[in-house]
Design a binder for this molecule. Structure first.
Ligand code: DER
Length: 227
């Protein structure tokens, strides 16, 4: 379908940004998988990268299938580029991420990169964050109930994320509270700071002042901005 074609085109375009000898970071999700596939093709055709830091165990396993050399932030604390998808992208390039549950490691790896490029289909572009996707908040399990209650007091509709009827645990063995703000998020920066001030909160899915460029893939081509 057009969305999948768009993701594939955005992933392929992003793979072209990866140059010989780079150390890169790989995102998590279906669009990131399109990048990994395209990069795998280039590696097969002789591109040599020093290594890729994955943002999840899932991505590490997927990249290994394409013979992309895996490394870590101890070996390479500074990356040339990080490429990942997003759930929502606003006009100021602020993001909601974390539908795939990898938000903590994604934000760690994104922050380690000189350049964070987001790849997405047009459905991810929004005027205001919070209307299409909930905001994921990663929480230490022992604190999940008081944190859930405090997030509710901020006006969020809150739910502890489950997968197949079980509580979902992240790669880092934390829980995720999905926060829905029915009116949208008017001040993402303030909300991020408020949520981070709650003891037991590890990370939020608000990515502010991180993404440098966005590649939007459509069936008829890609647009990258800002140039
Ligand atoms: O969970 C995540 O952060 C993913 O990167 C998400 O933001 C995008 O996933 P998708 O490419 O499968 O839509």
């Amino acid at each position: 379908n057009p969305q999948d074609i768009g993701k594939q085109k955005a992933g392929a375009a992003a793979a072209e940004l990866i140059k010989e000898g780079m150390v890169i970071g790989l995102g998590t999700g279906s669009t990131a998988k399109r990048l990994i596939e395209a990069l795998g093709e280039r590696v097969k055709n002789g591109l040599h990268i020093v290594g890729a830091v994955p943002s999840s165990d899932e991505t590490a396993a997927y990249a290994a299938q394409y013979n992309i050399p895996i490394t870590n932030l101890d070996e390479h604390p500074e990356l040339d580029i990080y490429i990942d998808g997003a759930d929502e992208i606003d006009p100021q390039l602020r993001l909601i991420k974390g539908a795939g549950g990898a938000l903590l490691r994604e934000k760690i790896v994104a922050t380690a990169a000189k350049r964070f490029v987001v790849i997405a289909d047009p459905s991810k572009k929004v005027e205001q964050l919070g209307h299409k996707y909930p905001l994921p908040v990663e929480v230490v399990p022992l604190a999940v109930t008081p944190v859930k209650n405090r997030l509710a007091r901020l006006g969020a509709q809150v739910a502890i994320r489950e997968r197949n009827g079980q509580k979902f645990y992240t790669d880092s063995h934390n829980l995720v509270i999905d926060c829905t703000f029915p009116e949208g998020i008017t001040d993402p920066t303030a909300l991020d700071a408020t949520i981070h001030s709650i003891p037991g909160v590890i990370e939020t899915g608000l990515f502010i002042n991180l993404a440098k460029q966005i590649i939007i893939g459509k069936p008829d081509g890609v647009e990258i901005y800002p140039q």
